[in-house]
Design a binder for this molecule. Sequence first.
Ligand code: DX5
Ligand code: ZN
Length: 222
Amino acid sequence: MPKIGILPSLLAADFGRLAEECRRAADAGADELHLDIMDGVFVRNISFGPEVVAMARRAAPELPRNVHLMVARPHEYVDAFADAGANTLLIHVEAPCDVAGTLRAIRARGVRAGLTLNPETPAALAAPYLRAGLVDEALCMTVHPGFGGQSFIAAALPNIRSLRAMASALDISVDGGIGDETAAACARAGANLFVAGTTLFRAPDMAAAVAALRASAEAARP
Ligand code: DX5
Ligand code: ZN
């Protein structure tokens, strides 16, 4: 199974001092920074755009940017986020776009291509893209996307198991309601990358919270 990684989600950071918050994540031992892009159409919330990704690159260049596009027309934004410094660009399989073409366009920019599934979306929908070798990371949402601080949806666990059965070396991430216990459940199912907003940015000691999440995932992995 691929390496375990811990990814703080900037959505839960203090927006009054975002650059310092990026540094805090890097200094706490995070592996990547997760940035949630919401357009108010694909999800019912609006977050931030490429400028914030570029800011994260300036503030903590050593921390790779894992960019989660919750937008209705992801294909129109590949260049903007690649230019801003995304290392991984994740689109939703449910987005009304040419999914294969968009994954190829992301790769063509030298960026890792990610495919995201909502909790109720069957893993089988991702299968053709995995088989075609177009996906570097599969993200299983463990909440309905749009807001931080929601409760983990255990019904998403079978998706993780199915994806792991399809691709033993694939990076499989989980996002939403992730804390020590839910990360363990996801690791047991086959996830290796753990996105957490509230659990990490709102912890009194972020380095300790990153270490605890990592230890919990490592202990539970098959
Ligand atoms: C939700 C976002 C998540 C969010 C997770 O739509 O994709 O990345 O920040 O927040 P927590 O960890 O607080 O559930
Ligand atoms: Zn996310």
